[in-house]
Write a protein that binds this ligand. Structure first.
Ligand code: 13P
Length: 247
């Protein structure tokens, strides 16, 4: 069976009620490919608001969640809270969490494990920095990142892997389809060797990093690119073209 195309919009720390209403109204009015899973990820305080506005085919995701249900963890959120606000997905391990907030592989893996245990679907992000790519360490870095996550995952049905090279995020410098395909193929091979052939065949590996309406179709042609995780362009009407990149 083919892998269903997946497009996520990571709004990061952007948006207001007014802006979100405009974005969601535009999405609701558009013709969106039924063969694409669509998820938008607003700041957590707008999850319920976004969910209330969005049509049924648009799912919502938190941008982070902690590894326990509740307690003295000021400023943090649990998967249960996200579920309570209508989110069935959560983005974990984003490079901004790793590099701005210092989250390491171990913490991210524990968060992935706990969110899955709570019944959420997870967009697990990995990706190398520019200096790591230039040093020829891309595979080493992404394998180490996925290895930490894989060690804590028992059921891959609810995991989407997002390959987001850090040098391509928010820079306008998209990976070429060849560069992205190469890493996606390596990741799939890794899953086949270290997890199972079935998991390698069924797990969606999506690309993130300066995806736009202009470059999405070419990227979507690559056999191992199963969709996108989109930042800046997911706040704009061109997100519709990205959702429909495979149509
Ligand atoms: P941009 O699409 O803005 O480069 O962001 C990508 C990203 O970080 C999605 O999670």
């Amino acid at each position: 069976m083919g892998r269903k195309f997946f497009v996520g919009g990571n709004w990061k720390m952007n948006g207001s009620k007014d802006e979100i209403k405009k974005i969601v109204d535009t999405l609701n009015a558009a013709s969106l490919n039924d063969n694409t899973d669509i998820v938008v990820s607003p700041p957590a305080c707008y999850l319920e608001y976004t969910k209330g506005l969005a049509s049924q085919k648009i799912h919502t995701a938190g941008q982070n969640s902690y590894k326990v249900a509740k307690g003295a963890f000021t400023g943090d959120l649990s998967p249960q809270m996200l579920l309570d606000c209508g989110a069935d997905w959560v983005i974990l391990g984003h490079s901004e969490r790793r590099n701005v907030f210092g989250e390491d592989d171990q913490l991210i893996a524990e968060k992935v494990s706990y969110a899955l245990e709570c019944g959420m679907s997870v967009i697990a992000c990995i990706g190398e920095k520019l200096e790591e790519r230039e040093a020829g360490k891309t595979e080493e870095v992404v394998f180490k990142q996925i290895e930490a996550i894989a060690a804590k995952v028992t059921n891959w049905d609810k995991v989407v892997v997002a390959y987001e090279p850090v040098w391509a995020i928010g820079t306008g410098k998209t990976a070429t389809p060849q560069q992205a395909q190469e890493v996606h193929a390596q990741l799939r091979k890794w899953l086949k060797e270290k997890v199972s052939e079935a998991v390698a065949n069924s797990t969606r590996i999506v690309y993130g990093g300066s995806v736009t309406g202009g470059n999405c179709r070419e990227l979507a042609q690559s056999p191992d690119i199963d969709g996108f995780l989109v930042g800046g362009a997911s706040l704009k009407p061109e997100f519709i073209e990205i959702i429909n990149a495979k149509a």
